[in-house]
Design a protein around this ligand. Structure first.
Ligand SMILES: Cc1cc2nc3c(=O)[nH]c(=O)nc-3n(C[C@H](O)[C@H](O)[C@H](O)COP(=O)(O)OP(=O)(O)OC[C@H]3O[C@@H](n4cnc5c(N)ncnc54)[C@H](O)[C@@H]3O)c2cc1C
Length: 417
């Protein structure tokens, strides 16, 4: 059977069909039985799987509809951000933010609350102004921002239908530069956390939890003019000149070293034409209220020696609060703690993840929906105040449970059947 992108999960679905039109999706739903959407397969668990049919939505033609008056673009769900970004840039428009890789598709990223970084930047799902989906009745439905179910459906985990297109907010194209800072100590980072994360439009800390320095701080600065200056110092660290972070393998990173460039070649860490990240890996990530970030980071720091042998890197990012019920940043400005694990000791990773979750429990940490975590329904219920409301919407739209699966029932997004 086919596997996910990272290779750590093999789908058990007896049937996978590729849809390249809305009618293909409707046909798949006209057949009886369970159905789940499959995107670019960048999630790390059984989240997309089903006992019925997986509908791969990445085969739609890259046809986009720009509404310059409204400042929006309507796109097929399965399209990769990187492909959309090139098209938008040619027309003078931009996405406000992107994830670390441009290879992921818009529908799957939206459905799981995928994010980039930046104190003022919410998760990517918050850019959705409207979406169209094929529901359990095999009909096409549309919801727009402001409609009653909208806040339940955007970060919807494929729990009520297959999204076929999304309308996204745009901003005018802009330019950025990327700089790396080294030598920032944990003491300074935790004492002046707000200053650290406000150092740019988007700030990521890459760390292996070593001491005394946090590792690398990767700052993306939005430019009014290409010769805008950036500071030589950040807290007690300094700007490096020209070196690339050792945490990115080979030459797959977008250009660092302070070289100004367009948003689509600077917002993602990885280039669309290269293999991102490690490839053979497992990921885990938690969102905490950013006001609690220093204490939460200290709690993970206490585990560092045990984590490091399994860990490729940690990335620390931020996101602004949003109102999407199942967003990991729902109702709170968030600090985000990410782990990329080597994949050769998956059982040890599960044990390490359990230790991290115990350490972060007092901080109300919410897991990334698409990554490996150990939260069950009760644990999700404690940290997601709108879980029951969202579940009620999914149950109403899909009373026979066509879009449910073991994962969604385990985490309480759907009722057990
Ligand atoms: C190398 C790498 C880097 C990553 N970087 C980031 C990052 O920077 N930030 C971040 O937040 N995450 C990141 N992720 C995680 C990734 O963004 C999420 O796991 C996301 O869910 C992937 O979407 P997908 O469609 O590829 O996944 P899939 O596994 O294909 O699908 C994920 C979920 O979305 C649902 N879904 C997909 N398409 C649709 C649709 N059209 N309609 C309804 N439901 C749908 C599926 O049913 C499933 O439940 C990264 C992952 C990898 C592998």
């Amino acid at each position: 059977m086919p596997r996910n992108w990272a290779g750590n999960y093999e789908y058990t679905a007896p049937r996978i069909v590729t849809a390249s039109t809305v009618d293909d999706v409707r046909r798949a739903l006209a057949e009886p039985g369970r159905v789940r959407a499959l995107g670019t397969r960048h999630s790390f668990t059984d989240l997309p799987d089903t006992t019925g049919t997986l509908v791969d939505v990445t085969g739609f033609a890259p046809e986009f509809e720009l509404d310059e008056g409204a400042g929006t673009v309507t796109v097929p769900a399965g399209i990769r951000y990187g492909v959309l970004a090139v098209w938008l840039h040619e027309r003078g428009w931009a996405l406000r933010n992107m994830g670390s890789l441009p290879h992921i598709n818009v529908g799957g990223a939206t459905a799981t609350g995928t994010h980039g970084s930046g104190d003022a930047n919410p998760v990517l799902s918050a850019s959705v102004r409207a979406l169209r989906y094929v529901g359990a009745d095999a009909e096409v439905h549309e919801v727009r921002r402001g409609d009653p179910d909208f806040d339940a459906l955007v970060v919807g985990l494929g729990a009520y239908g297959i999204v076929v297109s999304l309308t996204l907010d745009l901003v005018p194209a802009f330019r950025l530069r990327q700089d790396l800072y080294t030598g920032v100590s944990w003491d300074a980072a935790l004492a002046r956390y707000d200053e650290l994360t406000a150092a740019g439009y988007s700030v990521s800390v890459f760390s292996r939890w070593e001491e005394p320095s946090v590792g690398f701080v990767w700052v993306k600065t939005r430019l009014e003019a290409d010769d805008d200056a950036v500071p030589d110092a950040l807290l007690d660290g300094v700007r490096t000149h020209g070196e690339v972070s050792p945490f990115v393998e080979g030459d797959n990173a977008t250009e660092i070293g302070g070289v100004p460039g367009p948003w689509l070649l600077r917002l993602p860490h990885f280039r669309l034409d290269a293999q991102p990240s490690l490839g053979d890996e497992i990921q885990t990530e938690y969102f905490v209220d950013r006001a609690l970030a220093p204490a939460a980071l200290d709690a993970v720091r206490a585990l560092a020696d045990g984590l490091r042998p399994l860990l490729f890197w940690t990335e620390l990012r931020t996101a602004a609060a949003d109102g999407l019920w199942l967003s990991p940043a729902y109702g709170r400005d968030s600090a985000i703690i990410h782990f990329t694990w080597y994949s050769d000791r998956p059982d040890d990773v599960v044990a390490a993840v359990a230790r991290i979750e115990a350490a972060l429990e007092p901080f109300g940490a919410r897991p990334h929906w698409g990554k490996v975590h150990g939260f069950d329904r009760a644990a999700i219920e404690r940290v997601h105040p709108r879980l029951a409301d969202a579940r009620a919407v999914f149950e109403r739209l899909d009373p026979d449970g066509r879009f449910t699966n073991a994962h969604l029932e385990r985490v309480g997004v759907r009722e057990p059947r």
